[in-house]
Design a protein around this ligand. Structure first.
Ligand SMILES: Cc1cc2nc3c(=O)[nH]c(=O)nc-3n(C[C@H](O)[C@H](O)[C@H](O)COP(=O)(O)O)c2cc1C
Length: 206
């Protein structure tokens, strides 16, 4: 696959086999994530690869809380979007629920974190995020290129304190993204995005 094939076929893969992923592949993913740019080249991104059953179970519990809240009856989550039919959205929800049920038994969960060097507050969290997401995308693309499935998730990270306790993070660190990684059970497909004429303009917007 060339780089564009990888980019255009990098769907979120939530259904994952329990078969272990070799350590060297997990290291390769983090190696690629670590090549990403960061603001002022500050390189505060840190990558925690969780394979311990107990830690995975605790992260799965936090994810369950987030997903149950997301799918709960009082939510105003749209059933359909202009660019995603009701059927497709409902299939995505089924996959989110499958992932919730199986999170504890995925081979590895990569936690994308930042170490700010001082205790973290909400302002730092919102400013710092920009420097973690390029690494997350590098990791997702590398996983796709290696035939591994992955999904960027944040529903399990709402309770920052609980996440810090599960991962034994110092007060200077925070987790931004939880990425389950494993061999895919489903088939990879092409990503479906809005057409360029909707999201792109030349020179000025209107
Ligand atoms: C910031 C961010 C947060 C996300 N959080 C979750 C999540 O908590 N759970 C989940 O299953 N998917 C999550 N996703 C994945 C999106 O739902 C997915 O990328 C989107 O539906 C498009 O689907 P595709 O990647 O298969 O094209 C997240 C993606 C991003 C970028």
């Amino acid at each position: 696959m060339d780089i564009f094939d990888v980019i255009y076929n990098c769907r979120s893969m939530r259904r994952l086999d329990e078969k272990p992923v070799p350590t060297e592949l997990l290291v390769e993913l983090v190696g690629a994530a670590n090549q990403a740019p960061s603001g002022s080249n500050i390189q505060m991104a840190r990558w925690l690869v969780v394979t311990d059953a107990g830690v995975k179970k605790d992260l799965a519990k936090l994810n369950r809380k987030g997903v149950e809240n997301y799918i709960g009856p009082k939510k105003t989550r749209p059933a359909a979007l202009p660019h995603q039919s009701k059927e497709k959205r409902s299939r995505m929800l089924d996959a989110v629920i499958w992932q919730m049920e199986h999170m504890a038994s995925v081979p590895a969960i990569v936690m994308a974190c930042m170490d700010f060097g001082e205790p973290v507050n909400d302002t730092m969290m919102s400013r710092g995020g920009g420097s973690i997401w390029p690494g997350v995308q590098n990791l997702l693309l590398s996983a796709r290129a290696l035939g591994l499935g992955a999904t960027p998730t944040t529903l399990g990270l709402r309770d920052r304190q609980a996440v810090a306790e599960v991962l034994n993070l110092p007060s200077t660190m925070a987790a931004f993204c939880l990425i389950p990684v494993g061999y895919p059970l489903g088939r990879f497909g092409t990503v479906v995005r809005k057409p360029l004429d909707e999201v792109m303009r030349w020179d000025q917007w209107s």
